[in-house]
Design a protein around this ligand. Sequence first.
Ligand code: Z5A
Length: 209
Amino acid sequence: MAGVFLTFEGGEACGKTTLIQGVFKELENRNLPVLSVREPGGTHLGENIRKTLLSTKEHIIPMAELCLFLAARAQHIHEVIRPAMDENKVILCDRFNDSTIAYQGFGRRLGPKEVAHFCNYISSGLTPHLTLYLDIAPEEAFKRVSTRKQDRIELESMEFHRRIREGYFSMAAQEPNRLHIIDATKTPQEVLEDALAHINEVLLLYGMG
Ligand code: Z5A
C-alpha cells in the first residue's frame, strides 16, 4: 500500500472544511492525484450513520456512539481509503481516529487509552502520515457559526468542548512528529500556508513533492 494519508482535526467550526478545500485546489494545481473525504461518511452506510449520529432526535449512550463512529470508519477504510492508498493517491480526510479519542475518549469520558485501542483495532495499522489539528477556543469557534442550526454533538456543554481541546493537546504532546497544532485563529490564507508547510514536507518525503 502506498499513497499519502493526511488527516485534519479540530473542534467545531475550527475551519477544517475551508482548509481542506484550499489544500485540495493547491494539490490539484500540482497535478497530484488527490481525494477529499470526511468522517463520519464517505460511504452509503457511513452517510446513514452520520445522519443518526448528528440527529438531535436521537438519544445515544456514549458506548453506542463510539460503536457507530467506528462502524462508519471500518466501512470507509475498506471501501474508500485503502483502495485510494493502493492507487497512490493523496487522501485528505476530515477527521479520523484522533476525533474518536478526543470526542468519545476525552469528551464522553470513555477513556482515551480504551478508545485508542478500539480505533487501532478497526483501522488495523492505518495511521495518518500527517495530522493537522486546527486549534481555536470553542467559545471563539462557536461565534463563527452562531446563526447555524446546531447538531446533537455541537449542543453539548462548553465543558465537553473544552475537554476535547485538552484531549487534542495531550495527543499532540504524545505524537509530536505526526500531530501538528495549527493556529486556527489566523486568516484562512495564513492557515493554508501554515498547513502547506507541513504537507509539503511529507509529500517530499513520500516522493510527491
Ligand atoms: N465526531 C466524533 O464525535 N467522533 C468521531 O470519531 C468523529 C466525529 C469522526 C462531525 O460533524 C461531528 O462528529 C463533529 C465531531 C464528531 N462534532 N460535531 N458537531 P461535522 O463534520 O459536521 O462537524 P465539524 O467537523 O465540526 O465541521 P464544521 O462544524 O462544519 O466545521 P469546520 O469544517 O471545521 O469549519 P468550516 O466549515 O471550514 O468553517 C466554519 C465557519 O468558520 C465558516 O463560516 C467559515 O467560513 C469560517 N472560517 C473558516 N476558517 C476561518 C478562519 N481562519 N477565520 C475565520 N473564519 C473562518
